[in-house]
Write a protein that binds this ligand. Structure first.
Ligand code: ASP
Length: 585
C-alpha cells in the first residue's frame, strides 16, 4: 500500500502517529513561512502543513512546485490543529509533513473541481472524469450504489434470484424503436439491443425460476426528450404464482425499504387510484398527490352547471373543468392575464382561462359575470367546496385536451403556491390501466403497456365488443408526480396471447415469426406470472432530490444522445462497414 490512511479518517485519536496519505491537491495556501495544502481523495480532505525552519528545504521546494490536481503522497505526523475546522471530518487535525513525493503532475483542469464549479455542462461532460472528482457528483454515484445494494439485499431476502439476460437479441416492431447491431457472421442480419428483458423474464418463469430480478441496462432509440437517456437502467422483476396484490405488496415493500435505508425516511401509506380516477381528478396518469386541488367538473358526466346561459364557449364544450387554488383570490388581473398567456403557449395550447375570485368579504367575481348570475356562480363555488379567499380556475373544451391542460395548470399552481415540497415524498399506485389505446394516425390499436399484459379477467368478454373499454391488470408506481415503475399481470395462455397479437394487427405468421418462441413456451407448462420494472436512474434522482437522471449516471449521454467525452456515436471505417455487409462497394 502506498498509503496508511485515507484523507477522510484521521482525527484527534491519531495525534502523534506517523501516517502516509495519497491524493489530489485541492489547493495550496502559501503564507511565506507556512504552507497549507488541502489533500483530497474520495473519502475527504486532510490539511497538510509545511513550515519554514521545521520542514526540510527540499520538501518545502516540492510543496511550492505543486499545482492543483497534482497526485502526491505525503508522509508526516498527525498534530492537533490550532484553529479547528468543524466543516470537515478531519478538521481537528493536520499533518506536519516530512516527506513529499509527486506521483504524477497534472495540467490545470479546465474548470474548478469544487462543489460550486465554473464549468458549464459541455466542458464538464467532456472531462467527466474530472467532474466525477467533485463531491456532489461523486455523492450521487455513491447514493446510486446504496440504492442498488439495498435493492439486492431486499430482493435476496425474499428469495429472488438475479439472472442476466442477453444484450444481443431480436428486433420487434412493438414498443419504441430498437438500437440494432449488425452481425458480421450473418451478413445482412441484425441483433437488437433489449428495450427491456420482458420476454426473457417471462421465459425464466416458464423455466420455474419463480422469482427473478436484474438490475439491467435497457436501450430505446426514442426521440430525445429532456432527461431521457438512450441507455438506462431498470430494476426488472418477475414472480410466478402471484396475484396483482402480491406484486403491489412486494414492491411497495421494496420502495418503502429503500426510503428507510437510503433516506432514513418512513414513507407514508401508498394509496391506490384507478387510472380512470387519476384522469378524472388530476388529468394525468401520474398525479402529484403532495397537494389536493382535485379537478371539479362543472359540466361533465355527473352534472351541468354551465349550459344555457348564452356563454357559447361553455355551451359548445364537451367538458368544463376547474381547480380551486387556495388563498389565491388575491391574484391581480395582471397575474391572471399572465397565467392565461402561459396556458396559451403552444406547449399547452389552451384557448383561454375563466376565473372566479371568491373574495374574503364573501363576494364572488368572475370573468364571465356577463353571462352568469351570482346564484349560478355560487353553485360553482359550492361544487368546488371553495372558501372565501380562494381562486377558481376553469378550462373548457374537448375532454382529453381540457384535462391535459388543467393538469399543467394544477402543477404550475402547486409550484407557485409552494405545495410541492421537495422534502416530502408521496408514492401512489395507479391501477387498472386500459389494455389498449387507439392510434389515430396509424388507424390501429396499440398495447398501452405491452402486448404481454393480461386483460382483467372480467373484461375479457369485451375483447370481442369494445376494445377501448378493456382494462388491464397493469399498474404504475408514481412518486411526487413522476412515474418510477410499472408492470402487469401477464398473459400465460397461448390462445389469449395469439388473440392479443391479432388485435394489435399481427397476422398469424407475423406473430409466429416474431413471438413464436414465447407462445411455444406457453405450451410447455407456463405458470401464471406477473412483474414490474422500476426506472433505476430515476429512483436514484428522486432519492437524491434532483430532477435530472444524468447526474446519477457515471458517463451519461447528452441531450442529442452523444457521449462527448469519447465522441460517440462515430463513423466507422469502410473496411468495417464492408465486413459487416452494410456497404458493399
Ligand atoms: N418490461 C416492462 C417495461 O420495461 C415492465 C414490466 O412489465 O415488467 O416497462
Amino acid at each position: 500500500m502506498l498509503r496508511t490512511h485515507t484523507c477522510g479518517e484521521l482525527s484527534l485519536e491519531h495525534v502523534n502517529q506517523e501516517v502516509v496519505l495519497c491524493g489530489w491537491v485541492q489547493r495550496v495556501r502559501d503564507k511565506g513561512g507556512m504552507i497549507w495544502l488541502d489533500l483530497r481523495d474520495r473519502y475527504g480532505i486532510t490539511q497538510l502543513l509545511f513550515e519554514e525552519g521545521k520542514t526540510q528545504a527540499n520538501v518545502l521546494e516540492i510543496a511550492r512546485s505543486l499545482g492543483r490536481e497534482f497526485v502526491i503522497s505525503a508522509k508526516g505526523q498527525v498534530i492537533e490543529r490550532l484553529s479547528k475546522n468543524d466543516k470537515i471530518a478531519t478538521g481537528d487535525i493536520e499533518i506536519r509533513i516530512s516527506e513529499l513525493n509527486i506521483l504524477n503532475p497534472a495540467k490545470l483542469p479546465p474548470f474548478l473541481i469544487e462543489d460550486e464549479t465554473d464549468g458549464g455542462d459541455d466542458i464538464r461532460m467532456k472531462y467527466r472524469y474530472l467532474d466525477l472528482r467533485r463531491n456532489n457528483v461523486r455523492k450521487n454515484l455513491q447514493l446510486r450504489h446504496q440504492v442498488a445494494r439495498h435493492t439486492r439485499a431486499y430482493l435476496d431476502d425474499l428469495d429472488f434470484i438475479e439472472v442476466e439476460t442477453p444484450v444481443l437479441i431480436k428486433s420487434t416492431p412493438e414498443g419504441a424503436r430498437d438500437f440494432v447491431v449488425p452481425s458480421r457472421m450473418n451478413p445482412g442480419e441484425f441483433y437488437a439491443l433489449p428495450q427491456s428483458p420482458q420476454t426473457f423474464k417471462q421465459l425464466l418463469m416458464v423455466a420455474g425460476f419463480d422469482r427473478y430480478y436484474q438490475i439491467v441496462k435497457c436501450f430505446r432509440d426514442e426521440d430525445l426528450r429532456a432527461d431521457r437517456q438512450p441507455e438506462f437502467t431498470q430494476i426488472d422483476c418477475e414472480m410466478s404464482f402471484v396475484t396483482q396484490e402480491d406484486v403491489l405488496n412486494t414492491f411497495e415493500g421494496l420502495i418503502r425499504n429503500l426510503f428507510a435505508k437510503v433516506k432514513g425516511l418512513d414513507l407514508p401509506e401508498v394509496p391506490r387510484m384507478t387510472y380512470a380516477d387519476a384522469m378524472r381528478l388530476y388529468g394525468s396518469d401520474k398525479p402529484d398527490i403532495r397537494f389536493d386541488m382535485q379537478f371539479v367538473e362543472l359540466k361533465g358526466a355527473a352534472q351541468d352547471l354551465t349550459s344555457g346561459k348564452g356563454f357559447s364557449v361553455f355551451d359548445d364544450a364537451e367538458l368544463v373543468v376547474g381547480i380551486c387554488a387556495p388563498d389565491s383570490a388575491v391574484y391581480t388581473r395582471k397575474q391572471l392575464d399572465e397565467l392565461t398567456e402561459w396556458l396559451k403557449r403552444p406547449q399547452i395550447g389552451a384557448k383561454g382561462l375563466i376565473y372566479v375570485r371568491y373574495n374574503t368579504d364573501g363576494s364572488l367575481k368572475s370573468s364571465v359575470d356577463k353571462f352568469y348570475a351570482e346564484e349560478d356562480i355560487k353553485k360553482w363555488a359550492e361544487a368546488f367546496n371553495a372558501k372565501p379567499g380562494d381562486l377558481i380556475l376553469i378550462i373548457s373544451g374537448a375532454s382529453d385536451k381540457a384535462r391535459k391542460q388543467l393538469n399543467e395548470l394544477r402543477l404550475e399552481m402547486g409550484t407557485r403556491l409552494g405545495l410541492r415540497n421537495p422534502d416530502e415524498y408521496r408514492a401512489l399506485w395507479v391501477l387498472d390501466f386500459p389494455l389498449l389505446e387507439y392510434g389515430e394516425a396509424e388507424n390501429r390499436w396499440f398495447a398501452m403497456h405491452h402486448p404481454f399484459t393480461s386483460p382483467k379477467p372480467e373484461d375479457i368478454a369485451l375483447l370481442d365488443k369494445n376494445l377501448g373499454e378493456v382494462r388491464a391488470n397493469a399498474y404504475d408506481m408514481v412518486i411526487n408526480g413522476v412515474e418510477v415503475g410499472g408492470g402487469s399481470v401477464r398473459i400465460f395462455e397461448k390462445e389469449l396471447q395469439k388473440q392479443m397479437f391479432g388485435i394489435l394487427g399481427f397476422t398469424e405468421e407475423e406473430a409466429q415469426e416474431q413471438f413464436g418462441f414465447l407462445m411455444n413456451a406457453f405450451e410447455f407448462g407456463a405458470p401464471p406470472h406477473a412483474g414490474i420494472a422500476f426506472g433505476f436512474d430515476r429512483l436514484c434522482s428522486i432519492f437524491g432530490g434532483a430532477d435530472s437522471i444524468r447526474d446519477f449516471i457515471a458517463f451519461p449521454k447528452n441531450n442529442s444522445g452523444r457521449d462527448v467525452m469519447i465522441d460517440s456515436p462515430s463513423v466507422i471505417s469502410d473496411a468495417q462497414l464492408k465486413e459487416l455487409a452494410i456497404k458493399v462497394e
